[in-house]
Design a protein around this ligand. Structure first.
Ligand SMILES: C[S@@+](CC[C@H](N)C(=O)[O-])C[C@H]1O[C@@H](n2cnc3c(N)ncnc32)[C@H](O)[C@@H]1O
Length: 266
């Protein structure tokens, strides 16, 4: 179903299991993904089912995700790890630490992924600095979880897209309904709605998944935004911004309610 305000948006409400008709993933697979209890479980399932062999992770940090994916998906033959593992003066996000901390984080990532040394390709640098090392059209999946600011997500999606093979996928984290994922002193998180606009620009379908994940497939089926979570009713920047006010003020009645329920102190 589409809405008049945003004709490409298809919002499915439960029972969404009944023939969503999505092009990106089949309905039965979608049902399984919706049942995944964590983002990791979701991607392990997806990677296994789509027989992903070559993938890249943009933004690796301690390598926890990479470790679990490499352990759980033995069919992967090449796993690119992209991360500068250093302090970035122009990145206003809480994960930006000092160089010494990042050196330890880098060492941890190396230790965690050591058992798959023959499969891992370490690309230490920003996406723009190292992405050329990946051959065009070679990735089955790129998992984008690096700089989630407007600058970061736009650079990452645009630079990694040519590296994905026809029929391959981009997935990613922090597809948060509100751009105010972190306190105001940090840059807002623009994965959503930017990823939706990116999908429209390249004329590809995008699906919102549970646990703030999304999936874009590189196919010539045309752009659609399928929201089966019901959490993204208005993919305008104004809509994503408005979620903040809704979030803040939405808490007030709950707090008041709790206060009212609290027994009066003598
Ligand atoms: C959210 S963490 C990644 C978490 C990891 N994917 C996981 O699931 O365990 C974000 C990482 O992105 C990296 N990063 C920041 N800016 C980047 C850029 N321009 N290019 C590549 N990586 C970047 C940071 O160094 C940080 O380690």
């Amino acid at each position: 179903m589409s809405t008049a305000r945003w004709p490409h948006l298809r919002v499915f409400s439960p029972p969404w299991l009944d023939d969503c008709g999505m092009t990106v993933i089949a309905d039965d697979e979608h049902a399984d993904l919706m049942r995944a209890s964590t983002r990791l479980e979701l991607w392990l399932q997806f990677i296994g089912r789509h027989q992903v062999k070559t993938m890249a992770e943009l933004g690796v940090l301690r390598g926890r995700f990479a470790e679990r994916v490499l352990k759980g998906c033995p069919d992967i033959s090449t796993y690119y790890l992209i991360d500068p593992w250093k302090h970035l003066d122009d990145w206003k996000k809480p994960a930006n630490k000092d160089d010494e901390t990042f050196e330890n984080v880098y060492n941890e990532a190396m230790t965690r992924t050591q058992p798959w040394e023959s499969k891992r390709v370490i690309l230490r640098g920003r996406t723009t600095e190292v992405v050329h090392a990946i051959p065009d059209g070679s990735l089955d999946l790129a998992y984008v979880d690096a700089d989630h600011t407007l600058r970061g997500i736009s650079i990452d999606l645009i630079r990694i897209w040519p590296k994905v093979r026809a029929g391959g996928f981009i997935g990613g984290d922090d597809f948060c309904p509100s751009i105010w994922h972190h306190p105001d002193r940090f840059e807002p998180t623009l994965v959503y709605p930017f990823a939706v606009y990116f999908a429209e620009a390249v004329d590809a379908p995008i699906v919102a998944l549970p646990h703030n994940q999304y999936l874009i497939q590189k196919v010539e089926e045309g752009f659609t935004f399928s929201d089966t979570t019901g959490r993204y009713p208005d993919p305008t920047l104004q809509g994503a911004h408005a979620q903040k006010a809704g979030h803040r003020w939405g808490r007030l009645p709950q707090q008041l309610l709790r206060q009212m329920k609290r027994p009066a102190t003598p």
